[in-house]
Design a protein around this ligand. Sequence first.
Ligand code: ATP
Ligand code: MG
Length: 206
Amino acid sequence: MHRAALDGLSLMVETGEMLAITGPSGSGKSTAMYALAGLIGLEAGRVEIAGRRPEGRADWTRLRAGPIGLVFQEDWLLPTLSAAQNVAMPMVGGRRRARDRLIRAEALLAEVGLAGMGARAPAGLSGGERQRVAIARALANDPSILLADEPTGELDRDNSRQIVRLLSELSARAGVTMVIVTHDPEVAAACTRQVRLVDGRIEGGP
Ligand SMILES: Nc1ncnc2c1ncn2[C@@H]1O[C@H](COP(=O)(O)OP(=O)(O)OP(=O)(O)O)[C@@H](O)[C@H]1O
Ligand SMILES: [Mg+2]
């Protein structure tokens, strides 16, 4: 018998909300993020976005290419591309021309504190710098939903605060809905609401 990674999880995220998910290692936080992004199937239960249940792979792929931005717990940068090319990657297939994609990528890198570092290869960046490249990449297509798994896990206090400020501003200014997994109480406190996962469900939840 296996134990389900998520079990009885019920979570409603309001538009424009910045929700922090905390909880012990192995409690299902990353699994919940994968489920919210349609990257894993569920044995039971469902995910609805804006009142609609995405249907099938193509639908989820379309969502992840547009309205859903994703920051994984590991950065998953493509090692053979520069930082700017990594950030520009989700824009391929969109309306912007190659040159404009790179200009926007550099601007996003500047927003996460990496101005002028676009030409660097991921291997030439620190863990925290790679993490910030991954955040910039997640913002490439102006997502209306941002799912971020430990987006500041590799960052020092100052850089973590800068990222939290950027995310808070996006949430407040552009109404981006955010779900942020974090172990950092300061990051969680900067969110508009916090829930704690324990054994695959919300602690104290229904
Ligand atoms: N691919 C997998 N196959 C089987 N079990 C898995 C798999 N991925 C995760 N699990 C299990 O599911 C549970 C939840 O894992 P998950 O990665 O969601 O935890 P987490 O809360 O993100 O932990 P952490 O804080 O360490 O990142 C754990 O018991 C884990 O061992
Ligand atoms: Mg995890």
